[in-house]
Design a protein around this ligand. Structure first.
Ligand SMILES: [Zn+2]
Length: 170
């Protein structure tokens, strides 16, 4: 998939993780913000494989995805022990952004590797990169992100605003 689709997917993955864990908007914002910079990180393997089928070990579910989850878990625990719980969420945002990349690439014909290049691939669909199918995926992600924010945090934000207004009026 293209960079803008990966960026959208990473943002939605951060928001979805925040909603799934029942986090407040500030914590979810940490996950969201941490997911965005790594949206296209696996595609840095183009530096090693400049050809069309550039996907190497960063596009491996176990080596790339599993590795980033292990690293996130270790780093997050260290940050909790350093008493910075809000920042401790950031590694999980990074992991969500990275995993969203693998999930989106698994929807393309080239798929992603299960373990290592040359082994079995995971292909969930054959969406053409840059084609109308990718546009549809990106549009669906925008809709999903909006729905997540609407359902998970908007009632609380509106309630907080009303409480502030009522407090200011009395
Ligand atoms: Zn990729």
């Amino acid at each position: 998939m293209n960079a803008k689709t990966h960026l959208t997917g990473a943002g939605v993955a951060g928001l979805a993780a925040g909603a799934a864990w029942g986090l407040g908007p500030a914590q979810a914002l940490v996950l969201f913000a941490a997911a965005l910079p790594v949206a296209s990180l696996p595609d840095k393997d183009r530096l090693l494989n400049p050809g069309r089928d550039h996907r190497s070990w960063p596009h491996s579910i176990i080596l790339g995805g599993g590795g980033i989850l292990l690293a996130a878990s270790y780093l997050s625990r260290m940050l909790v022990e350093e008493h910075v719980p809000l920042l401790a969420l950031a590694p999980y945002g990074v992991a969500a952004g990275y995993l969203s990349h693998l999930m989106l690439d698994a929807l393309t014909g080239a798929g992603v590797w299960v373990l290592a290049p040359g082994g079995p691939r995971v292909r969930l669909a054959s969406i053409e990169v840059g084609g109308p199918g990718e546009d549809l995926v990106r549009g669906s992600l925008w809709a999903a992100g909006g729905l997540i924010v609407l359902c998970a945090w908007l009632p609380g934000i509106l309630h907080g605003g009303l409480v502030l207004l009522a407090g200011g009026a009395s």
